[in-house]
Design a protein around this ligand. Structure first.
Ligand SMILES: [Zn+2]
Length: 1111
């Protein structure tokens, strides 16, 4: 385990596998002495020790360098900021900056063209065993962070701006103690349809100072006026007992029993291998420790209905020899299906299981494809996720693959089988995706008493009163309340409850799930106001956007906001109710930061909205003339941490340059001459652990940090990004942002901000992923902190965050036909409700390599490999990561050829389901994150890496392999019709210049950016009717908006682009490209199938693979 990746907590052996379940309150968690924050290999670090004692509330504050100044509005627009009275601040450490940088322009691409690299040098030792990657050591015992030493300094004098703390006490919390009226509703948290309007995702709007009541509004109520789980009005049960008090289970919720050794979902077994080493070892065929012996007696097999039963397959048409292997598990002798005593239901195995219907996709998935011969492999439209080979009634209720997806839709029975397949096993999740989902309010949330799994569609009912857990197989009692079905208003049908009818469901947690009032929504904005920042002009956009959306910020009557600005000093804003104007307070002692008036810096939004609006109106002008070029970001973050620590919440940082003053100061590490290096890329790891340490402190206090980086110069995203990565924040990056020179970026920033400010948010969240006994989860990918073996700490969760995990098989799954995975996300809604969102995925277990290959999900495999390669790049090297990706393709296709194909043929053979695997691997090698030999700015590369780890799979795939469409001849044929809009559906083309035509126009959708390429001889009709220009020469440079022309062609084109944009939560900018355009090389670099000076063509890559496979 010494190779454990940085964020992996395998084998911690803390014995707390379940103590952090959703029944726990984060406050309680913070007080657990044993909680190690997963840093068990660095036992010296405990963020809890670094926590500052609560600052004494006194009427006096250290004066020191702190100097209250005039109300903000007393600054006149245009007044030089240099007149700000820095009276208290010794000027020694903030020397006036005379050098005033001019407007920043995009750096000229002066890098010489990459030198040609011979293909043989590209994969120096593809089959060489990978060296063990060192753990990313975090080996310095950190000093206590954010020590409030300044607060212990005796006050030196009165502070004029002091506000009586009593007047700013925390607003009374919303009621939380009593469970809301029981109801089950289909809560449409996001209007269905392709659009994701960035309005409040709760379906409410805040009208102003008086927020709506905190009741949950539900458009479709199953039973609006039902009494809480009493007897149904029309059909009372024969022996209705009063609802028992929530003792047993609920008490167990509050203090879960220690996990039983044999009920542990993800134990600390002998194999908790990690990250790339694990996969590489597997791929290299290194011996794996055998699985521990199974105690079959403890885990009775599934009901007979789960057994493989059908020989239906034999009745099909003659099969290809390669497909016959696929049928092996389904040609076992049929077994008798016995009707479970409880009657049919989705949670039980209906008789239709006996006629186990095989997915027709299985044969197609294993169709042999010779990649060297078949050229047109791309499906004409975006690929759907493969369907697991499950009985229809199980698959019908299975989890949406957009939310929960496995790299292998058929789980190997043993680790050795998985090792032979040489494909990574893992899950990709998008757990907080905007969804329409059922919401249940219940006084009893039914969970397995042994492993705490939430009841779900894949449990089995032994009878009306007992259900068997599908993860640990414990038999549990059905609580009395659960006997009543609020949907059908009938009694005695527990298997028809919404909890066992929906693989995705949300609970409003009863009060037993809380030990303190849920935290309010708290938003703190930290704004760079240095000269560089002012030059970019971002401050105007930010302030206007927040003004526009201030009533749509998710929250309730308790919502708080605050602002900090910084350059070489830190500026706070007193927004306390009763002030006539906001007051700016400047702290220039950045080495020992403190809060000047702790009680009036975070204020209730509803009570102080006018002051907030005043501030936002005046801020852009306030720093208009600043000449201050330094950036004390680290100190600003420390101040923000102090401000948010008592409540938790969200920090939003807007930074425009490399922090160069005080703690966390960074130096430029990028050598522009190395951008096009074909050798290893340096500086992919952070230069300092300051940002990571601070992020862990933030995580411990339920604070997430989102970073908006708007810069034309190197900012060391490798270091800065840690602040978001470990606090479960997001990173936004706008290279070369400038309000005049880069209008496309400005539009992008505006759209992203609107979404960011108004999207749904969950606070003080944790996510736990459980899986059926025998499977083990290790190595998580995404932005979070791993708190125990399977518990992710997410101070904030947002609907645009994706996650991935790797899995291993620790015990043979011999007697299992299906296994399940359950992700449970406990969070506090912006309305102060404690909620639990549960997703359960069910997958079949198979015992042949052919079946494993037939169930391979090439998109999910690619997404997981990308995450693993990002880790590998940081822990080992970029070339290691590249080799490992190439090896992944070689190894899996070798295994397929050697172990699945029964008839050997010449060529490079792949099963149809993996036919795109080499193409996707090549695309990864050419992706900005991993490419070599092509000029790539270090921050651009790091941001691409961030996105690959953080984006939900569907968006990451477009970044890896963009979609290319011809758009000058769009027709309504085959078009979609959505909300009376006709959306053309052109076919997806191969990424090759062969597909381009000078007479046409093509749209390339690369996820976060789109290119509209106009051929030199493009048909005039398209130019006039869509672009509104008379001819090719008249197409303007930097065109990023299509004119809204009243022509059919214009409407079709805009409808198609709008439809693509609507399907993602961020705003992809559009660039119209001509031959002369600066961006043309970028567009051409995405032509993945073509050869470049530094990279193989697709065909050459296939030949390389074939050569390696036939060795
Ligand atoms: Zn269980």
């Amino acid at each position: 385990m010494s190779t454990a990746g940085f964020n992996s907590q395998n084998g911690t052996g803390t014995g707390q596998a379940y103590v952090n379940g959703p029944s726990q309150n984060p406050v309680g968690l913070q007080q657990l002495p044993g909680v190690s924050y997963g840093m068990t290999h660095q036992p010296t670090y405990n963020p809890m020790q670094a926590k500052a004692p609560a600052p004494p509330v006194t009427g006096l504050y250290p004066s020191g360098p702190y100097q209250p100044v005039h109300p903000v509005s007393s600054y006149q627009p245009g007044q030089s900021l240099l007149t700000r009275p820095l009276i208290g601040g010794p000027p020694s450490h903030t020397p006036p900056q005379s050098a005033s940088p001019g407007p920043r322009l995009p750096p000229a691409q002066t890098t010489p063209p990459p030198s040609a690299v011979s293909s043989s040098s590209y994969y120096p030792n593809p089959r060489q065993p990978q060296p063990m990657a060192p753990a990313w050591h975090y080996n310095t015992a950190p000093p206590p962070m954010g020590q409030p030493t300044s607060m212990s300094i005796p006050p030196h004098g009165p502070v004029p701006n002091h506000v009586n703390p009593a007047a700013s006490s925390t607003p009374s919390s919303a009621p939380y103690s009593s469970a809301p009226p029981a109801h089950v509703s289909h809560s449409v948290t996001q209007p269905p349809g392709p659009g994701m309007p960035p309005t409040s995702l709760h379906g409410y709007t805040q009208p102003g100072p008086a927020p709506p009541p905190m009741t949950h509004m539900a458009p479709h109520t199953y039973q609006p006026s039902r009494a809480p789980y009493g007897p149904p009005p029309t059909c009372p049960p024969p022996t209705m007992k009063p609802t028992p008090p929530p003792t047993g289970t609920l008490m167990a919720n509050a203090t879960p029993p220690p996990p039983k050794a044999d009920g542990t979902v993800a134990g600390n077994g002998p194999q908790a291998p990690n990250s790339y080493n694990h996969v590489d070892n597997k791929m290299a065929g290194l011996p794996q420790p055998g699985p521990p012996g199974r105690h079959l007696g403890h885990y009775p097999s599934l009901p007979p209905g789960y057994q493989n039963t059908s020989a239906l397959h034999n009745a099909g048409p003659p099969m290809h020899p390669a497909m016959q292997a696929a049928t092996q598990p389904y040609t076992q002798p049929p077994q008798t299906y016995q009707q479970p005593p409880g009657g049919p239901g989705p949670a039980q195995l209906s008789p239709s299981l006996a006629a186990l219907s095989l997915q027709s996709s299985t044969p197609e998935a294993l169709r042999v494809v010779n990649l060297l011969q078949e050229r047109n492999l791309l499906p004409p439209s975006p690929m759907p996720a493969p369907t697991p080979c499950l009985p229809q009634d199980l698959q019908k209720i299975n989890c949406n693959p957009e939310v929960f997806r496995s790299t292998l839709t058929s789980i190997p029975q043993t680790q050795s089988l998985l090792n032979k397949a040489k494909m990574p096993l893992g899950l990709l999740l998008h757990p907080f995706k905007d969804l329409s989902l059922p919401v249940v309010t219940s006084s009893t949330i039914v969970r397995c008493r042994s492993c705490r799994t939430y009841i779900n569609p894949f449990v089995s009912f032994l009878d009306q009163r007992r259900w068997k857990c599908n993860l640990c197989y414990r038999v549990n009692d059905v609580p009395e309340e659960f006997m009543y079905n609020p949907v059908s208003r009938s009694y005695g049908e527990p298997h028809k409850r919404p909890e066992v009818q929906n693989a995705t469901i949300e609970f409003i947690a009863p009060s037993e799930y809380m030990l303190r009032p849920p935290q309010p929504a708290v938003y703190l904005f930290i704004l760079d106001v240095s000269h560089n920042a002012v030059e970019t002009g971002y401050l105007n956009v930010f302030c206007q956007s927040l003004l526009d959306n201030i009533n749509a910020l998710p929250g309730d009557s308790r919502t708080k906001v605050g602002f900090i600005t910084f350059d070489s000093t830190i500026h706070f804003y007193n927004l306390q109710e009763g002030l006539s104007q906001p007051q700016m307070l400047i702290v220039s002692d950045i080495e020992d930061i403190f809060l000047p008036t702790p009680d009036s810096l975070l204020v209730n939004l509803n009570e102080c909205k006018e002051l907030v609006q005043d501030l936002l109106t005046s801020l852009p002008n306030l720093f208009e003339k600043t000449m201050e070029t330094q950036s004390a970001l680290g100190s600003a973050l420390q101040a923000a941490f102090k401000l948010l620590s008592p409540t938790g919440g969200r920090m939003s940082i807007f930074q425009t340059q490399l922090p160069n003053l005080g703690v966390g100061a960074l130096q430029s590490r990028e050598d522009p001459n190395q951008r096009a290096s074909a050798k290893d890329i340096q500086h992919l790891s952070p230069a300092t652990d300051f940002y990571k340490k601070l992020a862990l402190d933030c995580s411990g206090q339920q604070v997430a940090v989102d970073l908006f980086l708007l810069s034309s110069q190197y900012c060391d995203l490798a270091s800065l990004g840690c602040i978001s990565r470990y606090s479960a924040g997001s990173v936004y990056y706008y290279p070369s942002y400038h309000h005049q020179h880069n209008p496309a970026q400005v539009e992008c920033f505006q759209k992203d901000l609107k979404r960011y400010l108004t999207r749904k948010i969950g606070f003080e969240a944790v996510m736990r992923i459980r899986c059926t006994k025998g499977l083990s989860i290790h190595t998580f990918h995404g932005n979070f902190f791993v708190r125990s073996t399977d518990l992710l700490s997410l101070p904030n969760v947002n609907p645009d965050a994706g996650f991935a995990v790797q899995m291993s098989i620790e015990e043979n799954l011999d007697d299992m036909q299906v296994v399940s995975f359950q992700a449970a996300l406990l969070y506090t809604s912006s309305k102060g409700e404690r909620r639990i969102r549960v997703h359960t995925l069910c997958l079949p277990v198979v015992n042949s390599l052919a079946d494993i290959f037939a169930g391979a999900d090439v998109q999910a495999i690619t997404g997981l490999l990308a995450c693993m390669a990002v880790d590998r790049s940081a822990t080992a090297s970029l070339s290691d990561a590249r080799d490992a990706m190439t090896n992944a393709a070689i190894d899996s296709l070798t295994s397929y050829r050697q172990s699945v194909l029964t008839i050997q043929q010449p060529g490079l053979l792949a099963p149809a389901c993996l036919r795109l695997f080499p193409l996707f691997i090549l695309a990864l090698l050419k992706q900005k994150a991993f490419r070599t030999g092509t000029s790539t700015r270090l921050d651009d590369r790091l941001f691409a890496m961030c996105q690959l780890k953080y984006q939900p799979l569907v968006y990451a795939l477009l970044m890896i392999h963009p979609a290319l469409y011809r758009v000058d001849d769009l027709t309504d044929e085959g078009a979609l019709n959505i909300n009376d809009r006709t959306i053309p559906q052109p076919r997806v083309l191969q990424l090759s210049v062969e597909k381009l035509s000078r007479e046409a126009a093509f749209l390339m959708d690369a996820g976060t950016v789109m290119y509209l390429w106009i051929g030199r001889n493009c048909h005039p009709n398209f130019l006039t009717q869509v672009l509104g220009v008379p001819n090719y020469a008249a197409v303007p440079d930097n065109l990023y908006l299509l004119p809204e022309l009243d022509t059919a062609e214009s409407q079709r084109t805009r409808a198609f682009i709008g439809w693509l944009r609507d399907q993602r939560p961020f705003f992809p900018s559009l660039h119209v490209i001509r031959d002369e355009s600066q961006l043309k090389p970028t567009f051409m670099q995405n032509m993945i199938e073509d050869r470049t000076e530094s990279a193989l063509s697709y065909y050459e890559f296939l030949l390389h693979l074939q050569q390696q496979i036939s060795k």
